[in-house]
Design a protein around this ligand. Structure first.
Ligand code: GDP
Ligand code: MN
Length: 396
């Protein structure tokens, strides 16, 4: 689950990571109030107005603007709130901005130069370990750095048995070219960041840029956080940070019904219990001459309610020419699933595509009988081969 920059920063701060402080605002008036409050707390007139959307590259798209007084805060906030922000990560249609973060300006001049770094923590699946990726080339497109100057990206692997070690945080600060107080600050920053990543069950924390201020503080100017959905039950306060207006509406609907759904480009919709069987079913569809229109795992409870929700989601896709339901009745009984399919079918009414139901396992014969006698336009099968042949037939 992705969250907004301002939410990511709240989490970071709670773990002792120094951040660019800010206050979120829904309206230009709130933005002005936020800027006044920041001045009271930090004494500076200058703030940045930052669009809050679930996509990076906001600076490039005009979603991050400096404001040097309250009039400018109001102006910039009214420009950005409500705008359709297009960035390299949103696609051509862009994303509507509903909130802005009013943040303290941290690029103030001082004793030494400011410097932007890149730091992220993520799981390296091929190594089965968490890694810290970092670079001196922060602030800009890290993808470009990776492509043109990959030697400027460093990786530090964390041994799960002992966790992040002091020598590693020092190595990172050293490789980033820091010394003195900034060096010490960076080691603390990395340790706190890693702690936040682990404790929140996250899949990624990407901080770009990490800023060294002109007075040698190290802080997070941006925060891109991806929390692991499977860990959210342990963190109800983070689960509440979900902003469904930022997500694909069909996938939101699916997750509300506890369905694991991924849309694909093919013509045969499928509804399966279990991820492994779902993968196998997609293979079967291909062998039968079709292309899967989606991945959909209905989970352990294939009753009328979940089947109906799954039908509705699959039928939203105009490319779907047939639906293959493939359920193995291990814990769930096939006849109950069959009844669920029949009830859902009747309730929805105008299902415009042929449906093939393959039920195998407990009470498979009774299930087939129920389907065959239902009088509906549903083809039943017990063997996978029969189901595949039926798919070929209805596509022909
Ligand atoms: P992104 O473009 O979505 O990655 O948004 P960021 O939060 O990374 O901000 C984009 C850019 O805005 C940063 O790389 C900085 O160059 C600039 N920026 C952010 N905060 C400040 C600030 O406090 N002062 C100034 N002058 N620039 C800032
Ligand atoms: Mn950024």
């Amino acid at each position: 689950m992705n969250i907004h920059e301002y939410q990511g920063k709240q989490i970071l701060k709670s773990f002792g990571v120094r951040i660019q402080e800010g206050i979120v605002a829904d309206t230009p008036e709130q933005a002005v109030e936020a800027a006044k409050k920041l001045k009271e707390d930090f004494g500076s007139d200058w703030v940045v107005v930052k669009a809050q959307i679930h996509a990076g590259g906001r600076g490039k798209g005009g979603g991050v603007k400096l404001a040097k007084n309250l009039d400018e805060v109001k102006q910039r906030a009214s420009d950005i709130i409500g705008m359709q922000l297009i960035t390299p990560q949103t696609g051509a249609e862009g994303k509507k901005v509903n909130k802005v973060l009013i943040a303290q300006d941290v690029y103030y001049p001082g004793e030494s130069e400011t410097k932007e770094f890149y730091v992220s923590v993520l799981l390296d699946r091929s190594r089965g370990r968490n890694i810290i990726m970092y670079s001196t080339e922060g602030g800009m497109d890290i993808e470009e750095v990776a492509e043109h100057t990959p030697h400027l990206i460093f990786k530090e692997e964390i041994d799960p048995k002992v966790g992040l070690q002091g020598f590693q945080t020092r190595k990172i600060a050293f490789n980033l070219g820091l010394s003195g107080n900034a060096f010490k600050e960076m080691t603390k920053f990395i340790a706190a960041l890693y702690k936040a990543y682990e404790a929140t069950d996250s899949s990624m924390f990407e901080i770009n840029p990490v800023l060294k201020t002109s007075d040698d503080k190290i802080l997070a100017v941006d925060a891109k956080v991806d929390l692991d959905d499977n860990g959210l039950f342990r963190h109800p306060d983070y689960a509440a940070m979900r902003d469904t207006s930022e997500e694909d509406p069909t996938e939101v609907e699916a997750s509300e019904s506890n369905l694991n759904y991924v849309k694909l480009d093919g013509n045969v919709g499928c509804m399966v219990n279990g991820a492994g069987l779902a993968m196998a079913t997609m293979d079967i569809i291909k062998i039968a001459g079709g292309e899967p229109a989606n991945f959909l795992d209905v989970g352990g409870t294939a009753n009328a309610t979940t089947v109906k929700a799954a039908f509705n989601i699959i039928l939203k896709d105009p490319n779907v020419k047939a639906i293959l339901i493939n359920i193995f009745g291990g814990i769930v009984r096939c006849d109950r699933v069959a009844q669920g399919v029949i009830d859902a079918y009747k309730e929805i009414g105008d299902i415009r595509v042929p449906i093939i139901v393959r039920l195998q396992g407990t009470n498979a014969e009774e299930a087939k009988k129920l389907i065959d006698e239902s009088g509906l336009k549903v083809f039943s099968a017990i063997l996978l081969k029969e189901a595949a042949d039926l798919v070929s037939e209805v596509l022909a």
